[in-house]
Design a protein around this ligand. Structure first.
Ligand SMILES: NC(=O)c1ccc[n+]([C@@H]2O[C@H](COP(=O)([O-])OP(=O)(O)OC[C@H]3O[C@@H](n4cnc5c(N)ncnc54)[C@H](OP(=O)(O)O)[C@@H]3O)[C@@H](O)[C@H]2O)c1
Length: 298
């Protein structure tokens, strides 16, 4: 028997509750994991409360990520006792997720947990940190290096933004943090930001091609901010876009892409490079810590 949060929807309504389940209740999969930690992501909040259409199948165990220890496996890459981490792949949406003591998953979705990183640290980094790292890897695949110039991070105080600053800084990049909360400037500098930009400079409709101010950017806001970020990117630079905190609309012109050869990069966890990722997530040090998604504590 194990305990899980179960979200269900039927004639009596939408509800989430703690339930005792048995191993026979678990969905199909080739690896069973004893879950040590999961993050409480914003998406999990939507799934648990029903305030957003996150859950696609009922009943569902929410939890879009988890870290734990393999209990049994029919997958060639995993054996009992292996420590693993999982982010995404529809877990907690279409397949039972991490807010349970036990999970059955596809081994192809798992990543071995690197030595030196505990299950708790992996989930403190969570899917926000993982997303920030996907963005950094996308920029690096594009050929951006620390010597090329400043990298802008928008939504600087957010879950993705604060991890992006920390990761970029620890990889040697000079980081401009764009925020609507300048009073958090000291915190952002402790994370590794070298300068702070008022987000109001980017959030309103701007010019299609602006002064070149940064060589690359990690943007989690979308909308007018993403268009302005592209407009201020140096020739042949790149922008990794991973979110729409400001809204779904992207009033982009093609000017930066055509006239300056700026690349707008989406991120995708199915990229082959990630199959071999064994040390991509940087552990955080005591002191300034990136925020968990939407400020929640894991
Ligand atoms: N967290 C994840 O696991 C994850 C994974 C993949 C994609 N995403 C996407 O990335 C985006 C950000 O996620 P998050 O977890 O970082 O969210 P978050 O913790 O709520 O942070 C978003 C940040 O964006 C800024 N912001 C919020 N509303 C804004 C607005 N209307 N205009 C301009 N700036 C605004 C704020 O930063 P300042 O206070 O510094 O201005 C805020 O802290 C979302 O669209 C999310 O879906 C998140």
């Amino acid at each position: 028997m194990f305990t899980a949060i179960v979200t269900d929807k039927d004639e009596s309504g939408y509800r989430s509750e703690l339930r005792e389940l048995s191993e026979q209740d678990l969905p199909d999969g080739d690896v069973t994991v004893r879950v040590a930690y999961s993050t409480l992501n914003y998406k999990d909040g939507l799934a648990i409360t029903g305030k957003g259409p996150v859950v696609r199948r009922f009943p569902m165990v929410p939890g879009i990520d988890l870290a734990g220890v393999v209990e049994s496996s029919d997958h060639p890459s995993y054996s009992p006792g292996d420590r693993v981490v999982l982010n995404g792949w529809g877990v907690g949406e279409t397949h039972w997720g991490g807010l349970a003591q036990l999970a059955r998953l596809q081994g192809d979705w798992l990543v071995p947990l690197p030595d030196g990183l505990s299950e708790q640290q992996a989930m403190a980094i969570g899917t926000a940190g993982y997303t920030a790292m996907l963005c950094l890897m996308a920029l690096e695949r594009h050929g951006i290096t620390p010597g090329d110039g400043d990298v802008l991070v928008t939504g600087a105080n957010g879950g993705v933004g604060s991890f992006a600053i920390s990761l970029l800084s620890r990889h040697g990049y000079s980081v401009i943090a764009a925020t609507g909360r300048p009073e958090e400037g000291d915190y952002l500098r402790q994370l590794g930001a070298t300068s702070i930009l008022d987000r109001a400079e980017l959030s309103e409709p701007g010019r299609p091609l602006a002064k070149e101010r940064w060589v690359a950017a990690i943007d989690s806001l979308g909308s007018h901010t993403l268009a302005n970020v592209c407009a201020g990117t140096r020739a042949e630079g790149a922008v990794a876009a991973c979110g729409m905190a400001q809204g779904m609309d992207l009033p982009a012109t093609v000017a930066p892409f055509i006239l300056r050869g700026v690349s707008l990069l989406g991120i995708q966890q199915r990229h082959p490079a990630l199959r071999h990722a064994r040390h991509g997530l940087a552990a955080t040090e005591p002191g300034a810590r990136p925020r968990s998604p939407r400020g929640d504590q894991p």
